[in-house]
Design a protein around this ligand. Structure first.
Ligand code: ATP
Length: 356
């Protein structure tokens, strides 16, 4: 299909200049909006893709409303900031670090981000990338309007041969502390694997040469174990904590799962959520209707029973640990709360510090 455009020759400059470029820009935007989005995964140094159709949205994410709005505003501002990035001479990219325990919605948040901005997703499995050269190739091949995801960054760089070699040399067996093991510098070795420095250099530097907008998202379950080089200011633009389910987050889930705005059992749930750690994934599991049509009361009662059990389990665990250590269960529970970064309201310590 085509259109014929007729105009008076005195409008020639207007049409050939402003008007046609406007039409082309709008056409591109419509094409992007209507295109089928893709989820890419790498097998070695090649990308494969499937159609990306994840239903997650910010609306369905269980999280405090102001925090959610802040993230959405940040994403939208970024996606409209082409001129700004060009003016300040920086690559049009933004780095996010999502951290929190398993089941708090990190992957769901990534899908919601891609859906909000209409981006493709590149799910980069670092452990199957042979070395920094392969990594560079993969990253250069990513297209504009994409989210590049590196999940469990603390574990991904864990498998490098260099690190194993280094560990063997040092005779160190600590599997849990990535900081001890991440090789910061590349070596000349032919078998050199992906290194933290390789990853960071690329993300910081070379990328400027790749046109278009990209989000880079790292996730981890262990924020405190990340190498400081990865989280220093200016590297990851935004750190987002996803934490245990708060009452506000529960209300979002209940609204989505059960179409409930309020219920007389809410006060009990609020009380228990203040005392017990439960991830949004676990809460959501309880809210899954077990009968058709789903009975909300049954689900909420199931959640209360689950929370009470979790509370009791935590109490018994504290008692047992106290017995082992020879301190009182209360002291032990308190200590555990601090170790787990928990404040009274179930938020993590980091979160509380930020609020202070
Ligand atoms: N904040 C949340 N809002 C809505 N649903 C959530 C949330 N967190 C978890 N869920 C639900 O729990 C399931 C698991 O969550 P998800 O995989 O996003 O967690 P995760 O933090 O990425 O976990 P992991 O660290 O194990 O990868 C999701 O399918 C989603 O339905």
């Amino acid at each position: 299909m085509y259109y014929t455009l007729t105009f008076h020759k005195r409008h020639r400059n207007l049409i050939l200049g402003t008007y046609l470029s406007h039409v082309l820009k709008e056409g591109d935007a419509i094409k992007v909006k209507n295109r089928q989005r893709k989820l890419y995964t790498n097998s070695g140094s090649y990308w494969r893709h499937v159609v990306f159709e994840h239903p997650a949205s910010f609306e369905s994410i269980a999280m405090e409303a102001d925090k959610k709005k802040e993230i959405m505003d940040d994403l939208i501002t970024f996606s409209q900031a082409e001129e700004f990035y060009a003016r300040i001479g920086r690559a049009w990219k933004r780095g996010y670090l999502l951290y929190g325990p398993p089941g708090t919605g990190k992957s769901t948040m990534i899908a919601a981000m891609a859906n909000l901005l209409n981006y493709d997703i590149y799910d980069l499995e670092l452990t199957s990338v042979k070395d920094n050269t392969e990594l560079r190739k993969l990253l250069i091949e990513t297209s504009s309007k994409s989210v590049i995801v590196i999940e469990d960054i603390d574990c991904s760089l864990d498998l490098t041969g260099q690190r194993k070699k280094k560990k063997e040399e040092q005779g160190r067996g600590d599997e849990k502390d990535p900081k001890l093991k991440l090789p910061k510098e590349e070596t000349d070795s032919k078998q050199s694997q992906v290194t933290l420095s390789g990853l960071l250099n690329f993300i910081d530097g070379l990328w400027s040469a790749c046109k278009g907008e990209r989000l880079v998202v790292f996730t981890t379950n262990f924020f405190e174990k990340l190498d400081p080089a990865l989280i220093r200011k200016g590297r990851m633009d935004k750190h987002i904590e996803l934490s245990y389910c708060s009452f506000e987050a529960f209300k979002v889930l209940a609204k989505n799962y059960l179409r409930l705005e309020t219920h007389h059992l809410y006060s009990k749930i609020q009380e228990l959520l203040g005392e017990t750690k439960m991830t949004p994934a676990e809460v959501a599991e309880h809210l899954m209707p077990k009968t058709l049509p789903g009975d909300s009361k049954v689900c909420l009662e199931g959640l209360i029973a689950g929370l009470e059990k979790a509370k009791e389990d935590a109490r018994l665990k504290a008692e047992e640990e106290a017995r082992e250590k020879g301190s009182s269960p209360e002291e032990n529970a308190k200590e555990q709360g601090i170790e787990n970064g928990l404040c009274d309201n179930g938020n993590t310590e980091l979160n509380c510090k930020e609020k202070e």
